[in-house]
Design a protein around this ligand. Sequence first.
Ligand code: SF4
Length: 314
Amino acid sequence: MKLTLENNFEEIFAQGLKKHSEEQTLKTLGDRSLYVGSSDVGNCLKKVCFSKVYGEEHNTNQLLIFERGHLAETIIKNILLSQKIEFEEQKTIKGEDEFNFIKTHIDFYIPDEDLLIEVKSSNTLPDNPYNSWIQQVQLQMGIGKISKAKIICFDLNSGKYKVFENILFNDFIFQKCLERASKIYNFLQNKEEMPNGEITQLCAYCPFRDRCSEFCSQKAVVDKSMIDSIIDLKNKEADKKALEEQIKHQKKIVLDFCNNADVKKIVEKDLSLTVCNYPGRETIDIEKAKKILPQKLLDILVKKGEATQFLRIS
Ligand code: SF4
């Protein structure tokens, strides 16, 4: 039966997005299982090997997130075009000699400035570029003999962006990246020496967790980036609490003033304040109700909410 947009929108949407994404990847990146790319070296090498051997399925949400990345690239492309800056898009460079298994696609290369631009899209703008981003551009600079790079990261939800400037070629990091790329390639050749899993917080999104010995082992070591992230969360929680206290105190002063002066509304240029009064919510005393109401009625009145998880950090 022919699918119609009227009756099968979701199905058409999911199938179309998947097909479009596969065609785009094949067109721009080719078959990624046959070479080592620059974004591979910054990831957990074990995950990269798993993904090249077994392939990776992406759900509609993940595919939409990838589309956001393409959108970010289109923004930069349009800016370069409008400013008449000469550029090469998705410039493909191959490694030489014993590294000819490395193939990298540079988002944008500006020949006049010998500069590469890597475009990222993220939910939050990090203070510093992630290690995986740095490794990616260092490998690109090394293989392409390019002297400098910029990484532009967009948060398209908030309309904000951040530019990580002046990333210069660093031979030490480049050599480390070559070593990592070789580990992936060696495994793909003989399927013998699987690189060790590198436990990070990104394991939470890894589709190969169930077959990863490091992750399944009780001895899984939490890496430094995870600890740093928890410390950062703890500090932010403390800042949030202090800020909430300040806001509560300030609101009380304003509300006291409004009540004492019998002011219900203040309007001043772009500012508008309204004193709102809500009656208290009606609630049921469950313990008392259980004693006097039949179970059938209780089943209607009392609905159990979904279980939630939360982090307590101290
Ligand atoms: S679970 Fe973590 S360590 Fe294991 S393969 Fe996936 S990303 Fe790597």
